[in-house]
Design a protein around this ligand. Sequence first.
Ligand code: NAP
Ligand code: MG
Length: 487
Amino acid sequence: MTVQTQKESFLNFVNGEWIASSSGKVGASINPANKEDIVGYVQMSTKEELDQAVVAAKAAQQSWKKLSGHDRGTYLFKVADILESRIDEIAECMTREMGKTLPESKGETARGIAILRYYAGEGLRKVGDVIPSTDSSALMFTTRVPLGVVGVITPWNFPVAIPIWKMAPALIYGNTVVLKPAQDTAITALKVVECFAEAGLPAGVVNVVTGSGSVIGQALTDNPDVNAITFTGSNGVGKRIGQSVLARGGKYQLEMGGKNPVIVAADANLDLAVEATISGAFRSTGQKCTATSRVIIQNEIYESFKEKLLTKTKEIRIGGGMIEGIWMGPCANESQFNTVLSYIEKGLEEGANLLAGGKQLTGEGYDNGYFVEPTIFENVTSDMTIFQEEVFGPLISLIKVNSLEEGLEVANDVQFGLSASIFTTNIQKMLSFINEMEAGLVRINSESAGVELQAPFGGMKQSSSHSREQGEAAKEFFTSIKTVFIK
Ligand code: NAP
Ligand code: MG
């Protein structure tokens, strides 16, 4: 099945059917590399339509949960094959909708395929333990049951991988899904859902309704038949969602922002550290929740690190993500672009020293897009806004420290705790970093950005609701444990 288009309008998928919103309204999805390029239109749906999707998901769950894990896995393997056959088309759509370069979009789509296969296999893995009872004539064990209907609310920065890393585990454990993707990348998400539709999942098992967060996201959050909400996005929105779901007794999982540091110790391999800093900070235009945003450098090597970093930063090729050889694309949308420029202003106002970038790019190939130069500040202190707040753009701050101890203090001096990395060849420093760093992901001699689908992912402090996603950790969120006692 493919989405029927009415003047490039993409439809909602509810109870196995592609349908237009009764609102009669559509929203445009715009290419941030060229705002005159409209990728297509998506439905601006109403609360009623969202509620219908929940009704469909609730009804479908009754039979979906009764299938064996093997049978549910068979569907996910099929979805993976279909997505694989459409990788080029879907990756191009992603690049047009949110601006990351085509190789990155392809890499992300390939990751989506791998995640589907990983969770398809999960249908055959163990779900419980036998626990010795004090009664020798009894059998006691645990099993896991699905939660019911899961609401999935996703951001625009990983429009294929994030919906899949939430939907695939939800489905394999017997839940049904209503997806509310970010408006900015809703077409890419709808194409992913087309793959589920084409794989022949029973009607109502996967539904997607597009529209604004404040209408559709809110309605999903508030619907009492949605047993759990899994959310990735900003802290402000996430916290409000968590409060609402908690108030009605639902389960929730929030993956939110970061202010991820990299520490460069005096004994680091500087070339490696420079390369990883640039990749972690500027790939995807800094719009990864795990992107590097603070670089904490020991004073002995500060000047040589800085010089190498500035040289390499100048080599970055910026432009439309579809163009071959381009390394960094635009900011994903106008508001993100304005946010980045306003943080640059703030940095200057508060007395940080601008070393590189700092401006919007203009001229041929740039005028119609949301392009900002890779920006590096130094003399940044922990009381400054650019030190504390997530920018979600190509902006980093350099901070000089006298020791690893001071470096760790500076690294931990923020409300976030998602990801962190260190460059050092000293095992003692590695161990101190592993022990002292307040982050859900700690990486040594490797950039702060980067997650593997088979390992738990999530943050400490204000970066998450303290739950984890992906790998085996997903089971903890998407199922409920039942303890069984048989006498
Ligand atoms: P966002 O503004 O919080 O939006 C995330 C999703 O929530 C979108 O689908 C949005 O809909 C929806 N939403 C907005 N208001 C809502 C409401 N009142 N109720 C329910 N849903 C609502 O975040 P974003 O700008 O898309 O993404 C950037 C943020 O995501 C950054 O802070 C980044 O750190 C974070 N992020 C975190 C991770 C992680 O795993 N920790 C990964 C990626 C991104 P609309 O489409 O209408 O906006
Ligand atoms: Mg867009």
